[in-house]
Design a protein around this ligand. Sequence first.
Ligand code: S3P
Length: 433
Amino acid sequence: MNIENQLTISAKKQLIGTIRIPGDKSISHRSIMLSGLASTPVVVKNFLFAADCCSTISCMQALGVQVEKQASGDLHIQGNGFYGLQEPKDILDAGNSGTTLRLLTGILACQPFFSVITGDASLRKRPMGRVVKPLSMMGCQMVGRQETRYIPLAIKPGENIRGIQYNMPVASAQVKSAILLAGLFAAETTVVTEPYLSRDHTERMLETFGVPIKRDGLSVSLEGVTELTAPAVIEVPGDISSAAFWLVAGSIMPDSQLTLENVGINPTRTGILDVLKEMGANISLINERLSGTEPIADLTIKSAQLQGVTIEGEIIPRLIDEIPILAVAALFAKGRTVIRGAEELRVKETDRLRAVTSELTKMGAKIEETPDGLIIDGPQKLEFAVCDSHDDHRMAMSLAIAGLAGCGVEINNPDCVRISYPDFFTVLDKVSL
Ligand code: S3P
């Protein structure tokens, strides 16, 4: 295996082993942002040192927060209090990370200083209007490219921030979180209502920082605060979105048996488990426990013949990042898999509906791309092909699993896995026989 700009993954027979799943990306981002608004030090254990979370580290450092990796591998954060962020001397760079960009915009728009935030070529194409609209209703002022629908975004000092009641048109944890974080600085109550429940890590972590959160069905509300009370330690669970690649690979490759340790099983993230079980996967949860306010477990997977399934409705936000790897699962399943209501995939790191279709088609797959999803009839026979990651980490990992379980693949630009799972290919090498 040579990792440069191209990587060849050979077909393998089976997967055997135990994998410790790296820290949750969403929770890692939130741990630095909230700790950076507190006044006492926080140690974050199992922090995900991947490119996206490092973008959040450097933005928070530019805002005057001390963030250091300790020899133990823990992250040490020392903020300057709820009103202690400092004006950044230069443009903030969110890199490839939508979570850094959108959540931080909610915080920046309420600070008494000017800031500018941008990101890489992919992030510059991703919609910001969904965050700018509610923040503007709260009294925040910002201007960006194309009538403030895209970054770079210049954010004016915020004053007199108002709480709002906002009905979100799309279920998005990033938008919900941006509004809730701005709501911390507002005089009145902030209420956000989603069409479907998206991941609730912000709400859970805010509670850990002493902020009362009210939940009522699909609505969540909070009052403004003047300080955050930080916990001394935050333990980040393993990322179920990273575990997903092994859940699918272990299911579709014959005679496989994998144990995944320390996986977050927050119900707003476990759509992948529900769907794979419905498809007939042999997955067990053992050792269920709590990591702070987040439930975790170890997962065991044994090979199984999967069946096609329909994926739509409220489950979509609960597995939004897992759809590329579920498309791979569908290719190995018997019968038709239909994915609907997943148009959000078109505005991720790349247009994932298009990328999944075009790249797996190169492997000989027959996939129907619809405006909001995919239709896949299985099982299908794959062939070796040269495919492109579209510089999207989840595409690179999905293609790798398709090649591993199929007839091999050569992936152009595979190093984008550094965004969420830097050791992915090393682990793949270790567990595949
Ligand atoms: C995330 C929310 C999701 C997800 C992304 C991480 C988060 O995005 O796709 O990878 O950390 O809040 P949306 O909220 O835009 O759907």
